[in-house]
Design a protein around this ligand. Sequence first.
Ligand code: DC
Length: 221
Amino acid sequence: MKMNIIAIDGSSATGKGTLGAKLSKELDFAYLDTGALYRGTGYALLQAGKDPSDESAAVAVAKSFPTEKMLQLQNESAIRNETIGKAASIVSAIPSVREALFQFQRRFAEHPVHPDGTPAKGAILDGRDIGTVICPDAKWKIFLTARAEIRAQRRYKELQLKGNCVIYETVLSDILSRDKRDSERATAPLKPADDAFILDTSDLTPTDVYTRVIRFMNGVE
Ligand code: DC
């Protein structure tokens, strides 16, 4: 039976987070940004002076997070920068790290609760492999895409607003190399599920994206 789960996948800066937050608010679904789990792992490794590609160190970190910590990671601002994004992409290519984080994501999807502990009507998970690996039984699967130049512009503006001194070309090349690593890895690569609704957000506003997704969920698209 299909579960009350919305799987949102896609590469970085396609609008997954904005869509997930809006759907969560409007539908009373609990929301999990699964990228934060990989970012949190990468962050802890760098803090400890370890290499993100060090498999045994990475698995030890991923296994060490208690449930509370995993839930909290998505609110941590220290993990929201390009250095941690790259470290996250590297640790996420290690199959045993993905395995260590699997159960938590699955449990969240099956028993969704809001941050205040109240039960939710369903779960929204955003990431790269939600529709294909974590929740192949999700009732709704959405795969967002956008042209790399547009995504780089979005990320560039976001970083500038946060006061970071960044160069557009560097942001674009970081995005391209992360896309390559995330989609060419052997385990759970970034790719749409066969039954996903694929939406190119390049020329859409967040409201347009939300409206199209609601139409899809209602069986109109
Ligand atoms: O969505 P994000 O930029 O926060 O994700 C950071 C990295 O984590 C991304 O480059 C790939 C990895 N990731 C993953 O492999 N699987 C997920 N479900 C979510 C993120």
